[in-house]
Write a protein that binds this ligand. Structure first.
Ligand code: COA
Length: 331
C-alpha cells in the first residue's frame, strides 16, 4: 500500500423504481397500521420493482449515472462490484449482467454478498485496489429487489424492505490524503447467522418444494435481537473509524447510516452524541434497501450539495451474517 494514492468518489448515481407502496396500501392486506409502522420504523413508503426490473437492470441504471457524473467511459472501468443479496440468478453474477448492459468489457465484474453491509464490504475491496495503484476506476453498486425475497404475509418483515440501487464511481487519485476514502473497517460474526436469513437451501439441500411451501426462500428475522446488536455494532464500528482517523464526532459533517429502522439510527446518534440534523435520513421514502441503502444516501447527499469539498462523512452499516462496517470519506 502506498500513501501516494487515494480513492476518490468521482461520481454517484441511483435508481428507484417508479412504483410506490405506502403503509396504507399494506393496511389493505396485512394486520398492520400506518401509525404502527411509522412509530416502530419511521417508514412511510417503499419502492417496488416492476416485473421486468431486477437487481441487474436497476444496478446498470444507477451505474450509468455514476459513470456520466464522473465523466468516465465504460471502456475505462477496471472493475465492477455489485453488492446484492437478491441477485438475478444464482450464477453468473449480477455484475456480469451489469457489465454487459454498460458495455464495460475491460472490467472484472463480480458480486459480493454481505447483505446490508455489502456496500461497505465492496468499498473496502475497492479501496485496496485503488490505493495499491492496481486499478484506476472501480464502479461499486448496491442493488436489491427485496420485494422478491420477502414473505408478503409476514407483517414483521415485509413492511421493512424496499427495492432500489445506488452506485459510486471510485477513482484513483495520486495525491497524499487529499480526499477520498480515508478508511474502511469491516467485520463478521457467523455465530449470529440465524438472526436474519433466507434459510431455504440451495447447495445445502437443493431447492425443494417443501422449503418453497414453508416460505423458506424469504427473509426471516428475529427483529428484537437484531435491533439490539445493530445499535451496538454500528456505534462501535463508527467509533473505531473516528479513532483510526484521529477525528472527533464534531469533525463529521454528515453521518450516512444504513437505513434499517429510524429508531436504530436515532439510538446510534444518541450514543455517539451526534445531532440528528446531521444524519442523512431517507428511510421514510424507501424503507430498508439493504446493500443499496448507503449508496442511495451518498447519491442524495452528493447531488443535493449536502456534502461539499473538504467535508468529512462517516458511513456505518449492520446486516445479516452478522456483518458490520464503517468508512470515513473526505469529499
Ligand atoms: N404491524 C403491527 N404489529 C406488528 C407488526 C406490524 N407490521 N409487526 C410486528 N407487530 C407486533 C408483533 O406481533 C408484536 O405483537 P405481540 O406483542 O402481540 O406479540 C408487537 O408488534 C411487538 O413486536 P416486536 O417485534 O417486539 O416489535 P419491535 O418494536 O421490535 O419492532 C421491528 C419490530 C421488526 C420493526 C424491529 O424489531 C426492527 O426493526 N428490528 C430490526 C430489524 C432490522 O433492522 N433488520 C435489518 C438489519 S440490517
Amino acid at each position: 500500500m502506498t500513501d501516494l494514492n487515494t480513492a476518490v468518489v468521482a461520481g454517484t448515481g441511483a435508481y428507484l423504481p417508479e412504483k410506490i407502496l405506502t403503509n396504507q396500501d399494506l393496511e389493505k392486506s396485512l394486520d398492520t397500521s400506518d401509525a404502527w409502522i411509522i412509530e416502530r420504523t419511521g417508514i412511510r413508503e417503499r419502492r417496488i420493482a416492476a416485473e421486468e426490473e431486477s437487481a441487474s437492470t436497476m444496478a446498470a441504471k444507477a451505474g450509468k449515472q455514476a459513470l456520466e457524473a464522473a465523466g468516465v467511459g465504460p471502456e475505462d472501468v477496471d472493475m465492477i462490484i455489485v453488492a446484492t443479496s437478491s441477485p438475478d440468478v444464482l450464477f453468473p453474477s449480477t455484475a456480469c449482467f451489469v457489465q454487459n448492459e454498460l458495455q464495460a468489457f475491460g472490467s472484472a465484474a463480480y458480486d459480493i454478498s454481505a447483505v446490508c453491509s455489502g456496500f461497505l464490504f465492496g468499498l473496502s475491496i475497492a479501496e485496496q485496489y485503488l490505493k495499491t495503484g492496481r486499478y484506476k476506476h472501480i464502479l461499486l453498486i448496491g442493488s436489491e429487489v427485496n420485494s422478491r425475497i420477502v414473505d408478503w404475509t409476514d407483517r414483521s418483515t415485509c413492511i421493512l424492505f424496499g427495492d432500489g440501487a445506488g452506485a459510486v464511481l471510485l477513482k484513483r487519485v495520486e495525491q497524499k490524503n487529499a480526499s477520498g476514502v480515508l478508511s474502511t473497517h469491516i467485520y463478521s460474526d457467523g455465530s449470529l447467522s440465524d438472526l436474519i436469513c433466507v434459510p431455504g437451501g440451495i447447495g445445502r439441500t437443493g431447492i425443494n418444494k417443501q422449503d418453497i411451501d414453508d416460505k423458506k426462500y424469504s427473509i426471516k428475522m428475529s427483529g428484537n435481537a437484531t435491533f439490539k446488536v445493530a445499535v451496538k455494532r454500528m456505534t462501535q464500528v463508527i467509533q473505531e473509524a473516528l479513532q483510526f482517523n484521529d477525528l472527533g464526532i464534531e469533525d463529521i459533517g454528515l453521518l450516512i447510516p444504513h437505513q434499517a429502522n429510524e429508531r436504530i439510527i436515532r439510538a446510534v446518534a444518541e450514543r455517539l452524541k451526534y445531532p440528528m440534523e446531521k444524519v442523512l435520513m431517507n428511510i421514510h421514502k424507501y424503507g430498508n434497501t439493504s446493500a443499496a441503502s448507503i449508496p442511495i444516501g451518498i447519491n442524495e447527499a452528493w447531488r443535493s450539495g449536502r456534502v461539499q469539498p473538504g467535508d468529512t462523512s462517516v458511513l456505518g452499516a449492520v446486516g445479516a451474517g452478522l456483518t458490520w462496517g464503517s468508512a470515513v470519506i473526505k469529499w
